[in-house]
Design a protein around this ligand. Sequence first.
Ligand code: PXL
Length: 260
Amino acid sequence: MQPVALTIAGSDPSGGAGLQADLKTFHQFGVYGEAAVTLITVQNTRTVARVEVLPPDLVREQIEAILADIPPDAAKIGALGNKQIIEEIAAVAVRVTFPLVLDPVMISKHGSRLLSSDAEQTLIDKLLPHAFLITPNIPEAEALTGIHITGTKEMHEAAQRLLGLGCRNALIKGGHASGPADDLFVSHDGFLRLPGARIETPHTHGTGCTYSAAIAACLAQGLDLQAAARQAKSFIHSAIQTAPGLGHGHGPVNHFAELN
Ligand code: PXL
């Protein structure tokens, strides 16, 4: 049976982040990819020049069309733009049975908002309770929980707070901390540290998108969540390590990276 994964995300025409990164990652994992677009960015590796959020009903209709015909085995949700789009997706999320990986994208590497600030509470109230897994980086975990993260202890506290808000599992990524890029995976059954040596490189554009897409791809293949998180962590590590060095700014990671 061909595994299928869906991404609900923004478009990055430079191909490093957003739905383009997700589709390449699904493909690399041998998973058939589907994509519903939430917003369109104008960007390259140097800058994000414009962000246009699509009409909420158009986003909803794309998803409904897919669900009625080729329902996925797992889905990931990336940049959402605004409150109305979150509400449309939440209305669908209440009735789906496949796992949802929620990457709570807020701000691009270049500082452009990919989620309006007044939408954060809607994301917490309406979408987060339907997430099988949420994958914030440290600034996103801080915004969602109000906890200022300075070390492992606060990472644990923030992860517990996220579970308290209703998602089943949380993966807080340590890439924005100093020292090793260790991630923390927490579920109601316990926690798991995903160690990662820090790689000094400017080419990390799309890291978060690629990581959560890799987890969704592994879930679509039927892996359990811990195995999915481990495999995705290993993939994103090699993808950063072997980044092709494209562009003149923050270049993309290597979506052809080896799977272990
Ligand atoms: O990496 C976050 C992200 C998600 N989605 C889109 C983006 C970015 C970062 O630039 O452009 C469309």
